[in-house]
Unconditional design. Structure first.
Length: 126
């Protein structure tokens, strides 16, 4: 069930990426360990690969949308499991698990191909 257009997904990419980078300070789990740096690195990575994704909000447009969605799922799995993988579940786990699960489900609901208008603009530039 692919309900989310790629344009909306792109907006979510940048929003969630920024939220992940800021989350340790916003939600007071900035202790300097893995609980802090896993979301920061994954958020920065999401922003970076979003800039390179071939969709409406991509800048360089070299990463195919299916690859981008696979990266989202992988990032979500790592984020969701990180409290137990890196041993900080006794201090904080809810934000990592909740956002990780959202990152897993959202790509499964996103269209694999950008809108027709985007495709025509990309072909016209080639």
């Amino acid at each position: 069930m692919q309900l989310i257009p790629t344009r909306i997904h792109g907006m979510l990419d940048y929003l969630v990426g920024a939220l992940l980078v800021a989350a340790p300070w916003l939600f007071d789990f900035n202790r300097g360990g893995a609980e802090t740096w896993v979301p920061v690195v994954l958020g920065a990575g999401a922003i970076l690969y979003s800039l390179f994704t071939d969709y409406e909000l991509g800048v360089v447009r070299t990463i195919p949308m299916p690859t981008h969605l696979a990266l989202d799922v992988g990032s979500g799995i790592l984020l969701a499991l990180s409290p137990w993988l890196f041993g900080f579940a006794d201090r904080v786990w809810q934000p990592h698990l909740i956002v990780g699960l959202i990152e897993i489900v959202t790509p499964l609901m996103t269209r694999r191909v950008p809108s027709d208008g985007h495709q025509r603009r990309v072909r016209a530039r080639a």
